[in-house]
Each structure stands twice: as structure tokens, then as C-alpha cells.
Design a protein around this ligand. Structure first.
Ligand SMILES: [Zn+2]
Length: 179
């Protein structure tokens, strides 16, 4: 949807979103800021500050936190087969319309350790209100990739080394000034 001043109209032009990038990508002109909504009743379920990536094979957005309008189902489920085999998880429901919006994994084998206790919102059930463009789009049309931790660490390391170089040069200049 797009806000035209009075009503929200659905945004169908996917290319409009191409100039936006989610996450801390270097060189990105705009970072995508958004709120996550239930696709059926548009209740707010989360926002981009708490998104920490996506799991493609589960078609889910990973969130550190969600709003109180996400209810964690009391019943725990266990899957025997597929990607989530040996996982114990609870389904997440929207409090606005009771529809299923994802799951939270309580216990998982080591291969899925990264998603333990992370809220996984199903992209198929989520709409995103993009603050940058004031438009509503289906989550399935967006990518929620964030840089891998390794990339982030090497970037910080590089910045630290550059800073250290500058400090050494400054130290030499000060020493040469014979203060
Ligand atoms: Zn809902």
C-alpha cells in the first residue's frame, strides 16, 4: 500500500523497493525501516530494529523481539521430519485475528542452534509497512539478509587497524614537534 495523503493504496511496483536495502549493507543509500504486520488484520507484530535476518529454507524472518500482539501458543510441538526435525517449538498467533504467524523454537539440534529462542515470523503471513516509502508490501517480496557476523567482525577489525595507524602517525608527529 502507498500513503497518498488520505488513503492507503497497495504498492504493486516491486522496482520501487529496489533502491532500498535491509540491514547494514555498506554503501546502501537508504536502510529499510519498517513495521511488520499481520497480513490478515494488519496488527503490528514487530519492527525492523528487532529483525536479525531471515531463514530462507523456513521462509521466515528472524526477530529478537515481537509485540504483545504476538501470542505464544502454550502447546509445544515436535517435528519428526524435514528441516525442523528434532525441534521443539510453539506456534505464534496474531492476537488480532488468531491466525498463525510463525513459531518460536525452544529446543533444537546444533545445526539450528542459531534460531533457538528467536521469533520466526512466516513471510507468507506478514506484510511490511516501509517507513522510507510509506508503502505496504508483502514480506515475501523482500529480502531480510543481514551481513554475516564474520563480515561484520572483519569490518570492525579493519576500522580498528585504520584507527590504530592514524594514532601511530599522530604520535610520531607529536614526538617530532618536541613538545
Ligand atoms: Zn491478525
Amino acid at each position: 500500500m502507498e500513503f497518498d495523503g488520505s488513503v492507503l493504496i497497495r504498492c504493486t511496483d516491486a522496482t520501487k523497493m529496489s533502491k532500498f536495502v535491509f540491514g547494514p549493507h555498506k554503501g546502501a543509500k537508504h536502510k529499510l525501516r519498517m513495521t511488520l504486520h499481520c497480513q490478515k488484520c494488519y496488527v503490528v507484530l514487530g519492527d525492523s530494529f528487532d529483525i536479525c535476518g531471515e531463514i530462507k529454507y523456513m521462509d521466515s524472518i528472524m526477530c529478537l523481539r515481537v509485540t504483545d500482539d504476538v501470542a505464544v501458543n502454550d502447546a509445544m510441538e515436535r517435528r519428526q521430519k524435514g528441516e525442523m526435525s528434532d525441534c521443539i517449538y510453539s506456534l505464534l498467533n496474531c492476537r488480532g485475528c488468531q491466525s498463525s504467524v510463525g513459531r518460536v523454537i525452544h529446543s533444537a539440534p546444533a545445526r539450528l542452534g542459531a534460531v533457538r529462542s528467536i521469533f520466526l515470523l512466516s513471510k507468507a503471513d506478514i506484510s511490511c509497512y516501509i517507513l522510507n516509502s510509506s508503502s505496504m508490501v508483502d514480506a515475501s517480496t523482500l529480502k531480510f539478509d543481514v551481513k554475516s557476523l564474520k563480515d561484520s567482525i572483519s569490518e570492525v577489525k579493519k576500522q580498528f587497524e585504520e584507527h590504530q595507524d592514524r594514532m601511530s602517525r599522530l604520535k610520531i608527529r607529536l614526538a617530532n614537534m618536541n613538545l
